[in-house]
Design a binder for this molecule. Sequence first.
Ligand code: IPD
Ligand code: CA
Ligand code: CA
Length: 267
Amino acid sequence: MNHNLKEIYTYAMEWTKEAGENIRASFPKTLNVTSKSNPNDLVTDIDKGTEQYFIEKIKGKYPDHRIMGEEGYGDEVTGLSGVVWIIDPIDGTMNFVHQQRNFAISVGIYVDGEGMIGLIYDVVHDELYHCIKGNGVLLNDKPIPELKESRVSEAVIALNALWVAPNKRIDHQMFIPLVQDVRGTRSYGSAAMEMVYVATGRIDAYLSPRLAPWDIAAGIILIKELGGEATDLRGNELDLLKENSLFVSKPGLHSEILKHYLKDGKW
Ligand code: IPD
Ligand code: CA
Ligand code: CA
């Protein structure tokens, strides 16, 4: 299959900006909020409408492309051959509902399993972070510099406080030495935004024990394009057909944290 990646990139940017415009227009309206797997797993009619909007646009122009979307309106994707769009229509829905900020649209486009186009749109600030593989990452029209090496003692990392308290998923002890040794910790409540903050160097790393493919598909393309590292918490390659733990970071810092802080982790 011969794909016109430049054209796909142009449409992806146009549709993402348009989807963001629709979300901004929804702000004055009352949200219809329901929960999914648990009372804190929120979804709104805007999450659903945004995903449906993408599907209509993509299928209208590219009927042979497949779509993996969080809200389930896309295809049942069991392999990554051909062109696959991996979409989170709103990443950070809890922030969207409570704050109407700190959320993003995340779109990763994979061709035969390779991440080729990544877009994360900070809708409230009208900031589109985007790249096509091999051409660097832009914030709107402005190139983002390559990531520089960093060290634990000077690092600000993103980590949800939940993982440093007793919880059902991981041994919470495992992150304590890292949290004690870094310069500071942050938690923004949107994996896509946290990955953008790593890509732009605003934070040095982001760690999470479990994320879905649509949370990370775009962010890992942007971070790798800038020379950063993206693996699971054991340093293994990520698999976009299942849930993964995630560890993204600036170069240098990644191997330091893996070697000294994560090697004995139980999760
Ligand atoms: C969530 C956010 C959050 C992360 C959760 C995700 P959603 O995505 O990225 O930061 O901790 O694991 O599910 O539900 O808002 O799209
Ligand atoms: Ca998400
Ligand atoms: Ca979502």
